[in-house]
Design a protein. Structure first.
Length: 207
C-alpha cells in the first residue's frame, strides 16, 4: 500500500482518469472526498481494500459527474454515508437545470444521489471545516483545516503549471461568485491546496 500522505491524515486517492479524489482519516473515521466517474468505483474500492480502510463517508465538493460519479455505489457497498452541500441539493437531486451548456449536456448521465447529511458553512468533517465556495456550482463546498491551512478545494480552483487558477469561465455557473470563493481560499495562504483537477499544490508557506 503506497498512499501518498501529504500531511497527517490526508491522502491522495487512486489516480483516476478524469479527476482527483482524496482521503481524510481522523479519529478512526475514513472520509473520501469526491469519487470520480461512475466507472471509478472499482478502482476506488480496490484502493480502499488494499489500504484496509473501511469507508465511513463519501463527501462531495459538488455535484458534477466527475466528482459524484461513484458515490452511490461506493456508499452502498461500504454501508457509508454520503455528505454534500445543502445548497447543492437541487443539482444532486436532479431538479436543477444548470446554466452552463457543458453541464446541461451531461445531465443525462447523472443519476440522483441520496445524501445522508447536508453540509453548511462551518460544519465539521473529519477535522476540517466546511466553507461554502459557490460559483463553479451553486452549492460547491471546500474543506479547510485552519490549524495547518490544508485546503481541499474541489473545483473552486484548479492547479495549472503556473499554480492555482479558476476553472474556465464556461465551466462556472457564476463567474463572479467563483472569483470571490477562489480569493477567499487563497487568502488563507494554503500550505497544501488539493483540487479536483491538477496536481497537489504546495503553497509558498507550506510546511
Ligand atoms: Zn466540477
Amino acid at each position: 500500500m503506497n498512499a501518498l500522505e501529504f500531511v497527517p491524515g490526508v491522502f491522495s486517492g487512486p489516480r483516476l482518469g478524469q479527476s482527483n479524489c482524496y482521503l481524510i482519516r481522523d479519529r478512526g473515521q475514513t472520509v473520501l472526498v469526491d469519487c470520480g466517474m461512475p466507472k471509478d468505483r472499482e478502482q476506488i474500492g480496490r484502493f480502499l481494500a488494499l489500504a484496509g480502510w473501511r469507508l465511513d463517508v463519501v463527501a462531495l465538493t459538488h455535484g458534477d459527474i466527475d466528482h459524484r460519479g461513484a458515490a452511490t455505489a461506493l456508499a452502498k457497498a461500504a454501508g457509508a454515508e454520503v455528505w454534500a452541500g445543502a445548497l447543492e441539493r437541487p443539482f444532486l437531486s436532479g431538479s436543477l437545470r444548470p446554466r452552463r451548456l457543458v453541464r446541461r449536456m451531461m445531465t443525462h448521465l447523472l443519476s440522483p444521489v441520496a445524501v445522508d447529511r447536508w453540509l453548511k458553512e462551518g460544519d465539521e468533517v473529519a477535522g476540517f471545516r466546511v466553507w461554502e465556495t459557490p460559483g463553479h456550482t451553486a452549492g460547491h463546498l471546500s474543506l479547510v483545516r485552519t490549524a495547518d491551512r490544508v485546503v481541499v478545494a474541489g473545483d473552486a480552483l484548479v492547479v495549472s503549471r503556473e499554480g492555482p487558477i479558476l476553472p474556465r469561465p464556461w465551466l462556472n455557473e457564476d463567474q463572479e461568485q467563483a472569483q470571490k470563493s477562489a480569493a477567499r481560499l487563497l487568502a488563507l495562504g494554503p500550505s497544501w491546496l488539493l483540487t479536483g483537477h491538477g496536481r497537489p499544490w504546495k503553497g509558498p508557506e507550506g510546511a
